[in-house]
Design a protein around this ligand. Structure first.
Ligand code: NAD
Ligand code: ZN
Length: 257
């Protein structure tokens, strides 16, 4: 792949404009600027809640009230959050035909709130609750109030319809995500440490299928210098904002021959 010299953000915008079939993979980092902490890092949720104790299906089945201590914090924080400039910028790039889909590991619904239309939720969404005994589902707002533990009509404690460690990925989301990865021209990976399997396989699938991989993250990850072709070091809102501006530059539009 020709990457050339100069500003790497401009170069990424040029490749996006040229190929016009980008897919985006997002993680917790894109929502940090909306006030939702990521899981890893000193400010992350895992610094407070051990994931093996609070975020596995086994833990939920053993002590759902304890797991709801962590879930209560997550549902409350996400409930108050609004999409930031990065979520909105991706919606603009979809509208202008640069991005065709967003695959997200996030469970906060902020891509849809920011205007993205094709969103594949790899790990579910906190806006729905499910009973792991009778499989009845409810909108979270109908059953949950801050501080409460939501109950099913059958009397059991409801679980948010998100993927806890030890649970499978919803099959349709997995199929669609892999298909998008296999067929995209560019995969833009934003705000994920790429440590959660199987979501972390998506960049490799895209790369092996011939896509360019652009990574937006203030830090290096397992993908950087390995799967990533261009690492744009910076916050999601800052970098996406610049890509949106560059993508309006007519000199970046490469005529198709
Ligand atoms: P992670 O916490 O492992 O990693 C976050 C990444 O984002 C890091 O690499 C960090 O350097 C980067 N980052 C931090 N601030 C950023 C910014 N402003 N712009 C761009 N990047 C930034 O997150 P993960 O890889 O998504 O794995 C966490 C798992 O937990 C996911 O599977 C997700 O389902 C879940 N989760 C979801 C939310 C949410 O829905 N908002 C929040 C926390 C965790
Ligand atoms: Zn039930």
């Amino acid at each position: 792949m020709r990457t050339g010299g100069g500003d790497p953000i401009r170069e990424a915008a040029r490749i996006l404009a040229e190929r016009r079939n980008a897919v985006v993979l997002t993680g917790a980092g894109i929502s940090v600027e909306s006030g939702i902490p990521s899981f890893r890092g000193s400010q992350g949720m895992w610094a407070k809640y051990d994931p093996m104790e609070y975020a596995t299906l086994h833990a939920f089945m053993q002590s759902p009230r304890k797991v709801w201590e962590m879930l209560t914090e997550m549902v409350s924080v996400c409930g108050f959050a609004s999409p930031n400039a990065a979520h909105k910028g991706l919606a603009t790039l979809e509208e202008t035909g640069v991005v065709r889909a967003v695959i997200t590991q996030n469970v906060d619904g902020l891509h849809q709130a920011g205007g993205s239309r094709r969103v594949i939720e790899f790990h579910g969404n906190l806006d729905e609750l499910i009973c792991v005994y009778c499989w009845k589902r409810y909108p979270t707002r109908d059953r949950w109030t801050p501080g409460s533990v939501p109950l099913c009509d059958c009397g059991e404690i409801l679980k948010p319809n998100v993927v806890l460690f030890g649970e499978p990925i919803p099959w349709l989301a997995q199929e669609q995500a892999e298909e998008e990865a296999r067929t995209c021209g560019v995969l833009v990976v934003i705000g994920t440490s790429a440590q959660v399997s199987p979501a972390c396989d998506i960049p490799r699938i895209a790369k092996e299928s011939g896509a360019a991989v652009v990574e937006i993250n203030p830090e290096e990850t397992f993908l950087t210098g390995n799967v990533t072709d261009i690492h744009l070091r910076g916050s999601a809102s800052e970098v996406i904002g610049k890509i949106v501006i560059f993508s309006r530059d007519p000199t970046l539009q490469i005529p198709r021959g």
